[in-house]
Design a protein around this ligand. Structure first.
Ligand SMILES: [Zn+2]
Length: 395
């Protein structure tokens, strides 16, 4: 079989995916005897896409796994931190600081930024979707819109941002949960009828998988919802994936299906909706009796965040390129309004405009190539995001 166009883990670690100019820089530094120049490089974000006021920092665990063993040290704000990119006086907030010889990690810049920029965008979209869903269930179904090589990254980032479940096996393994899914319309089409497909699902699929039937293949959703109730004893829910061209007013359709289910004694059967949903369309239907949303493209195709890596110290002296602020800095954040601050000291007192005192939020995560502290699970990181979203909801 011919090789696919993807990098495997070995390729990423050995720098096969890096922008070639880093390789050239390394070669030049080595030939000039500057391999040992110690630097501090900071990773900061510029303005956020789509006018977002805040974002969720995601992907740090993969950066730790990539850099473990290198002779460098890293400090960073914890993964899952809800952050803003600039302070009131426009100094960019360092989310990550890397210390060591530039030639030991410069070639990793492409990989490190990619591991943070895209996951942080996805986690932010997931968090915004979870807020739009007013805490109802949100399932990440967007893998099919992106390259399969990154399914695990997409699912982990969606989950950390607040999604309740993911659809791929690899994503499920990474977050430590069974993946979630019903069946595609293809099953009903192949089996010839809703009834045959619903019964076959119920007979074949393991009992611990919730019975959620897709009801928009052939007939009116109300009719098919009742059919699902008749075909499956322990029916957990029905899913509407009705295309935009057919659904007219989605809110009305959901209300009709709910009414029909209730009238026939099926108040405990949930309604899950999917199909081209985003934070705007979810906000329009969230106050109906719908229990959950399957969300695809709008999360997986989230804009990436525009992080960049810049040198701010060379041999412990501050340096910077034009337009950047030199010096090793510490990130601070207000615990109440999430306004960010920056200081050259870790023990500074910075008061926030809201009257609170800011806290220094950076933590050491790698010391001379060794992980500092315990690895946090995706569930722990997600919990911390959800906790912060309760504050963000007020912003
Ligand atoms: Zn504040």
């Amino acid at each position: 079989m011919e090789k696919l166009f993807i990098a495997d883990e070995k390729d990423v670690r050995k720098g096969y995916t890096m922008d070639v100019y880093f390789e050239r820089t390394k070669k030049i530094l080595e030939s000039c005897g500057l391999s040992d120049t110690e630097v501090c490089a900071e990773i900061t974000g510029s303005s956020l896409p789509r006018g977002w006021k805040w974002a969720v920092f995601c992907g740090l665990e993969e950066v730790i796994r990539l850099t473990e063993g290198l002779p460098i040290s890293i400090s960073a704000v914890p993964e899952g931190t809800v952050f803003r990119t600039r302070t009131a006086d426009s100094v960019r907030v360092p989310l990550v600081n890397i210390f060591g010889a530039y030639t030991d990690f410069g070639v990793m810049e492409t990989a490190i930024l990619g591991m943070l920029c895209q996951p942080s965008g996805i986690a932010t979209s997931a968090a915004r979707t979870k807020i739009a869903a007013k805490n109802k269930t949100v399932l990440a179904f967007g893998n099919r819109r992106m390259h399969p090589a990154i399914s695990g990254v997409l699912d982990r980032s969606s989950y950390i941002g607040g999604c309740d479940g993911v659809s791929s096996r690899i994503g499920g393994d990474i977050i430590g949960q069974e993946p979630i899914g019903t069946v595609p319309h293809a099953l009903m089409l192949l089996m010839g009828s809703n009834d045959a497909a619903f019964k076959a699902f119920d007979r074949v699929i393991e009992k611990d998988v919730p019975r959620i039937m897709l009801i928009d293949t052939f007939s009116d959703e109300r009719t098919a919802a009742l059919e699902a109730c008749r075909s499956v004893n322990d029916l957990k829910g029905v899913r509407l994936d009705t295309p935009g061209s057919r659904r007219g007013n989605y809110k009305e359709l959901i209300n009709e299906v709910r009414w029909e289910l209730d009238m026939n004694g099926h108040r405990d059967v949930d309604i899950i909706v999917s199909g081209g949903l985003d934070e705007v369309s979810i906000a329009e239907i969230v106050d109906t009796s719908v229990s959950g949303f399957g969300v695809g493209t709008s999360i997986s195709n989230s804009p990436t965040l525009d992080f960049s890596m810049d040198l701010v110290e060379k041999d412990r002296r501050q340096i910077s390129k034009r337009g950047k602020f030199g010096g090793r800095k510490y990130a601070y954040r207000c615990p109440r309004c999430f306004e960010m601050g920056v200081s050259l000291r870790p023990d500074d007192t910075i008061s926030c405009g809201c009257g609170c005192s800011m806290e220094m939020v950076e933590r050491e995560i790698l010391r001379n190539g060794k992980r500092v502290g315990k690895e946090r699970t995706p569930s722990e990181i997600r919990e911390s995001v959800l906790e912060q979203l309760r504050t963000v909801g007020e912003l």
